[in-house]
Design a protein around this ligand. Sequence first.
Ligand SMILES: [Zn+2]
Ligand SMILES: [Zn+2]
Length: 239
Amino acid sequence: MLQALLQTTKQWLSQLGPLNTTCPLCAEPSAHLICPSCSKMLPTISSQCFQCGLPLSMVDTPQNAVRCGQCVKSPPAFDLCISPYHYALPVSQFVTRLKFQHKLYYAQILAELLMAKIEQHAEGLPDCIIPVPLHKKRLRQRGFNQALEIARPIARRYAIKLDTHCCTRVISTAPQMGQNKKSRQQNIRHAFKVSTRFHYKHVAIIDDVMTTGQTVNELARELRKQGAERIQIWSAARA
Ligand SMILES: [Zn+2]
Ligand SMILES: [Zn+2]
């Protein structure tokens, strides 16, 4: 019995990956999750649209000050986006290791990177966190929802409700990358269904990577229809 328990614990620890005292990038001991010298190499977005997170080629833009042309012309259904990194190494590697190698430890790293930025932001915390739901077919293939795994430590730390039941993905869509804008839009339309019992006013939608923003925009649109008034997007990376 004890033997079996020890075995399970060992398996569990090995799945968890390296312990927090070792930097996952340089393998040096570190008091921080990512050591200070590796932190400097993270692909931080220096200037971006506050609403959709699109990287902009400007310098020294004050936070919450600039919107991209697309957001001015046709604003998305969400209010702001906290998406601090380019989808580039090593952040892109954290995402692929999480999604395709099933190393859940990287969800914790992405959550920590995200929380560091959420805490710098003037926007207050939401009533509830909603991870972008996967279609049940995709969930069965992958075995877990990466957005939910990133959301868990964030919800725990801030003591915010993590709601995985209020919305479902009813249409299985093809991956968004590598499609033109029009087909992406048609692809994602009505992909989500929000419960009529949905009652939150201020929510944060979490995704691992925000690519075009169409997926989170479609979910935000449905949440607004059910009464959401303030919607933030939290994603570790912006492609
Ligand atoms: Zn390091
Ligand atoms: Zn924008």
